[in-house]
Design a protein around this ligand. Structure first.
Ligand code: CA
Ligand code: CA
Ligand code: CA
Ligand code: CA
Length: 386
């Protein structure tokens, strides 16, 4: 029964494809074939399944001129004679498109890049293997997205939009980390505690809290950004083949850095005096087929540096967890009275409130009536919120 349905469907797909191919040879302006070329295994849909993604991944860095006579690249979508990072991300952008009829719709989805001081090591951090020297700082880099429903498909660069890391001092790389996010296995953190601060790039995958996303590294011979990073130096990926990180699976859910729309891009542990920065392209998509097309967000030639440094937190003075030091609202603001931000107003919050009783400066959200002091009047408001 199912088989019958499947084969009927397959026949219909095939018929549809032939019709479309005919239509396109007659009228190229329809441009429907452009959606079809990404269906590398001719099953009517562009997916990660059935090894389809392995074709552009496997052809990365391969020049058509080096192939045997009669052989050609299957995924050279930009027709430049080589399998390159742009071919891979163009494939990823079309994941989810069906039967050569769905389109992708380009969206503007990135608000900007944000750098955060994640940890400070004024006295250093002695691990059992590699030590973090005194005066080092761990930074984390995020993409602030206008929409929380996107999957992150790639972080990359090439000759048109280089993927670069600039740092004028030595970058901390743990010898087990080797610059790759997938090398940070939380199982090793207890025996090698400095490993979790090793420097790496990622595609919204934080190994400390979540280990269910495949991150694939594309780094070409002669321009290996991963080797440079593993050696503790910056790099510039600025050739045609390019390189970066791509996802080759659907994450089961979208896990962000905070309950907000910050997508995690990188961690760097460097001297606090270091001048750190870089450039990259980012690709996000939804993979959801819908009548209006599949939303995709390409961002090229993005640069970031110390000027992107922000203190993340709640910037709303009326919120329970208002942080007067925060310069960038990370979407974690809680309701008035919910001082520990756990979603409930209960005994835990009352205890926090009582510990700030009498506070007249930087009292966060404890000064519930906003008159500059935490006193009995606020306590009455607090009891009313319980
Ligand atoms: Ca396919
Ligand atoms: Ca190409
Ligand atoms: Ca609470
Ligand atoms: Ca008050």
């Amino acid at each position: 029964m199912f088989l019958e349905l499947d084969s009927t469907k397959a026949l219909r797909m095939k018929a549809l494809r032939i019709t479309i191919l005919l239509c396109c040879t007659l009228a190229a302006t329809f441009n429907l074939h452009a959606q079809c070329e990404f269906d590398l295994n001719d099953d009517g849909i562009v997916t990660f399944g059935a090894g389809e993604i392995l074709i552009p991944m496997g052809e990365f860095g391969i020049y058509e001129a080096d192939l045997d006579p009669g052989e050609e690249l299957q995924s050279d979508f930009n027709a430049n004679g080589v399998g390159d990072i742009q071919d891979v991300v163009d494939f990823l952008a079309h994941v989810g498109t069906v039967a050569c009829t769905d389109t992708i719709t380009l969206q503007d989805c990135l608000n900007g890049l944000v750098l955060q001081v994640y940890e400070e090591f004024p006295d250093g951090f002695t691990g059992t293997m590699d030590n973090i020297p005194p005066g080092y700082v761990t930074y984390r880099l995020y993409a602030d997205m206008a929409n929380e429903d996107f999957h992150m498909w790639g972080l990359y660069g090439n000759n048109e939009s280089p993927f670069e890391l600039w740092c004028d001092e030595e970058i901390f790389i743990h010898q087990l980390g080797m610059g790759g996010v997938s090398n940070l296995n939380p199982g090793f953190f207890s025996i090698a505690p400095t490993l979790q601060y090793s420097s790496y790039f990622t595609i919204n995958f934080d190994p400390v809290s979540y280990d269910n996303v495949f991150v694939n590294t594309l780094s070409s011979e002669g321009n290996s950004w991963l080797d440079s990073l593993a050696a503790g130096t910056g790099f510039s990926v600025n050739n045609v083949v390019g390189g970066g990180l791509v996802s080759t699976t659907y994450p089961s859910e979208i896990i962000n850095a905070t309950p907000s729309n910050l997508y995690y891009l990188a961690q760097f542990t460097v001297p606090a005096t270091a001048n750190l920065g870089g450039s990259m392209s980012l690709l996000f998509g939804t993979s959801q087929s819908n009548p209006d097309g599949i939303p995709v967000c390409y961002n090229h030639n993005l640069t970031w540096g110390m000027e992107n440094l922000q203190v993340l937190g709640c910037t709303d003075p009326s919120a329970g967890n208002y942080n007067p030091d925060a310069t960038y609202n990370d979407g974690t603001c809680s309701a008035p009275g919910d001082f520990n931000g756990d979603g409930d107003i209960n005994t835990g919050d009352v205890l926090l409130f009582l510990s700030s009783f009498g506070c007249t400066e930087d009292c966060g959200g404890m000064d519930l009536n906003g008159d500059g002091i935490v006193n009995a009047v606020d306590l009455l408001v607090m009891l009313g919120l319980l």
